[in-house]
Design a protein around this ligand. Structure first.
Ligand SMILES: Cc1cc2nc3c(=O)[nH]c(=O)nc-3n(C[C@H](O)[C@H](O)[C@H](O)COP(=O)(O)O)c2cc1C
Length: 334
């Protein structure tokens, strides 16, 4: 057992939240993470739909487990029914990101649901707090999937914790018990973890990607807009995504203007995505991918991160008369 005031307030047995990863974090992973004591999130990513939200959220609900749902703000702007479906599914937490969340705060709160959003700098954290968000995710550039690449997790977390009075979760590159202990010691109220769950049997990650994920080290990712540009996905252009380097990113990352004109390259990527050819198709992953060496189920991951972090934090606590204090969420206790 490891807790922070925020994780205790949600009755979690550990302050671990699996990030809502589109195409990876469905209801099965969410249920498994919650059963293990954390909070499981379902990701409605670029391909998210009302049907996906209804289908996947039925799984943790049937297991009588708390869960959360992650939505893309720009997708909700285009299809407001996504938010309706998420509210109807009765999660305890909704994350909305990649857009100004102010218009949605009241509706989420009226449904009795907590609202989280990802931020990438101190100004974003101040804005989120002013908007009435309940919990901020300080998401560093080393994280997998979409975000900004401007500040790394540790300097971002420190800056954000100084800035806001509401709970802050750390995200980006937390790939072992050591990373979890580090962010809790710094004062985070929990860890929002994506890449470390990629190989779980409960995740929806295509099996054909597993050997590439296992083979990748921490220098094998790249932050790129090339996939969204090629596929014409309507992501706001300030956001790129961190993926495993492959033949496609090596050729086109940074050369998106030519890529948009190159119908053959775009068609080849589209076909590769359909056929699961990952020489070209993307695998979203953060720099913590280097720490992944085998398939482990969600319970094993949550347990080993929790026990390892409690042990690491306890070593310092034993040598120090005073526990570290955190204005924003309180210190972790093991
Ligand atoms: C495969 C994958 C898919 C992701 N999809 C989403 C998504 O649909 N919505 C979202 O808010 N974040 C998404 N993210 C980003 C996560 O929310 C989170 O910021 C990130 O995983 C944290 O860094 P880490 O991967 O190093 O743990 C995704 C991340 C990965 C690795």
């Amino acid at each position: 057992m490891l807790s922070t005031p925020w994780s205790s307030s949600l009755n979690l047995r550990t302050p671990i939240i699996n990030a809502p990863m589109g195409g990876v974090a469905g209801g099965k992973l969410a249920a498994a993470v919650s059963i293990a004591g954390g909070l499981g999130m379902i990701g409605a990513g670029t391909a998210g739909s009302v049907e996906l939200i209804e289908r996947e959220s039925a799984i943790p609900r049937q297991a009588r487990q708390p869960f959360g749902i992650g939505l893309l703000g720009w997708a909700v702007d285009q299809e407001p029914l996504l938010l309706d479906a998420a509210l109807d599914a009765q999660p305890i937490l909704i994350s909305l990101g990649f857009a100004d969340v102010s218009p949605w705060v009241q509706r989420v709160h009226d449904a009795g649901i907590l609202l989280a959003t990802q931020v990438y700098d101190a100004q974003g954290a101040r804005d989120a707090q002013t908007a009435g968000v309940d919990v901020i995710i300080a998401r560093g550039g080393e994280g997998g999937g979409h975000g900004l690449n401007n500040v790394a997790t540790l300097p971002l977390l420190q800056a954000v914790l100084e800035e806001v009075a509401i709970p802050v979760l750390a995200a980006g590159g937390i790939g072992s018990a050591r990373g979890l202990a580090a962010v809790l010691a710094a004062g985070a109220s929990g860890a929002w973890i994506g890449t470390a769950f990629l190989l779980c049997p409960e995740a929806l990650t295509p099996a054909a990607t597993h050997s590439r994920i296992i083979g990748a080290n921490e220098t094998d990712t790249v932050y790129t807009r090339s996939i969204d540009a090629a596929m014409g996905f309507p992501w706001p252009t300030q956001f790129g995504e961190r993926v495993l380097r492959n033949r496609f990113t090596e050729r086109w990352s940074g050369d998106e203007e030519s890529l948009i004109e190159d119908v053959r390259a775009r068609t080849a990527l589209s076909r590769a995505r359909d056929e699961g050819d990952f020489d070209l198709a993307e695998i979203d992953a953060g720099q913590g991918v280097g720490l992944l060496s085998s398939t482990r189920n969600a319970e094993e991951i949550v347990q080993s991160f929790t026990d390892g972090a409690a042990d690491l934090l306890g070593r310092w606590a034993a040598n120090s008369p005073a526990r570290p204090e955190n204005d924003a969420g309180g210190a972790a206790t093991a």
